[in-house]
Design a protein. Structure first.
Length: 260
């Protein structure tokens, strides 16, 4: 039986609002919040957040699909790398014990590194976009395929361990690999790829016993309206102020996770 906790729902509302307002992936905010503020075991926080992300990304993919802002070739290339990498990472978690102290410490360390990378990607994304637009360093099609599959594999490992990386990091790499593609299609393709990635990883964590269903439903109750409100207000948000503040917050949380 589900036991809803409206404090979690309130947290979901706040995180959902920030996700809608800034476009930053929910895992970058939700997972460290669950670990540091609520004392949720890192593996349970990651597993629950993955299914939470799968639900929210499905809605985002539907919208992008209707708008024609998904390049399904890029999505398929990413998935070709991420799906097997996710499966191997989950097998590793199963082998070493997902709820064990060593795995917990590893997840906190990797989560901290992932948050630092996300903060860097947030801070320098405008410069990266400008660089890609002016230099057009798009690789040959064959090289683009290989690098995209490799990116998918790295994201598969990172997301399976931390639930972080499919958003800011994935989009930043894709901007460099496909500078001639409209940014809306880059974002849409990345969101579409996040659906199978987070769903498979989340189902794997379910098998490992690291899903808290009451927590998941409580978060969704708050986050879904939060995302809607944040998305509606996003055009009025001072991006130049919000982006550095969010990046600084993620960097501080990353240091807290890594150094205790």
């Amino acid at each position: 039986m589900l036991h809803l906790n409206y404090l979690y729902s309130l947290s979901g509302l706040g995180v959902g609002f920030l996700v809608g307002l800034t476009g930053v992936g929910g895992g970058s905010l939700m997972t460290p919040l669950l670990v540091l503020m609520f004392g949720i075991h890192p593996t349970t926080a990651v597993g629950t957040d993955l299914l939470y992300a799968a639900a929210t990304k499905t809605a985002g993919t539907f919208v992008h699909g209707l708008r024609g802002t998904v390049d399904w070739r890029i999505t398929a290339r990413l998935a070709a790398g991420s799906v097997p990498a996710t499966a191997l990472t989950l097998l590793g978690l199963y082998h070493f014990g997902a709820q064990g102290p060593h795995v917990s410490g590893l997840i906190q360390l990797v989560l901290g590194v992932a948050l630092l990378l996300t903060a860097i990607a947030l801070i320098f994304r405008p410069q990266i976009m400008a660089f890609a637009a002016h230099h057009a360093l798009e690789p040959s099609d064959r090289k683009a395929v290989v690098l995209t599959v490799f990116t998918g594999a790295m994201l598969g490992v990172l997301v399976s361990l931390t639930s972080v990386g499919a958003g800011a990091i994935g989009v930043t790499v894709l901007l460099l690999l496909y500078p001639k593609l409209p940014t809306a299609k880059i974002v849409g393709s990345d969101i579409a790829h996040a659906v199978p990635l987070t769903l498979i990883a989340g189902m794997g964590h379910w098998f490992l016993g690291s899903i808290d269903w009451s927590l998941l439903v409580s978060l969704l109750i708050g986050s879904l309206p939060g995302i809607a409100i944040g998305s509606y207000l996003s055009s009025h948000a001072p991006d130049r102020l919000l982006r550095p503040m969010l990046a600084a917050t993620l960097a501080l949380v990353a240091c807290r996770l890594v150094f205790g």
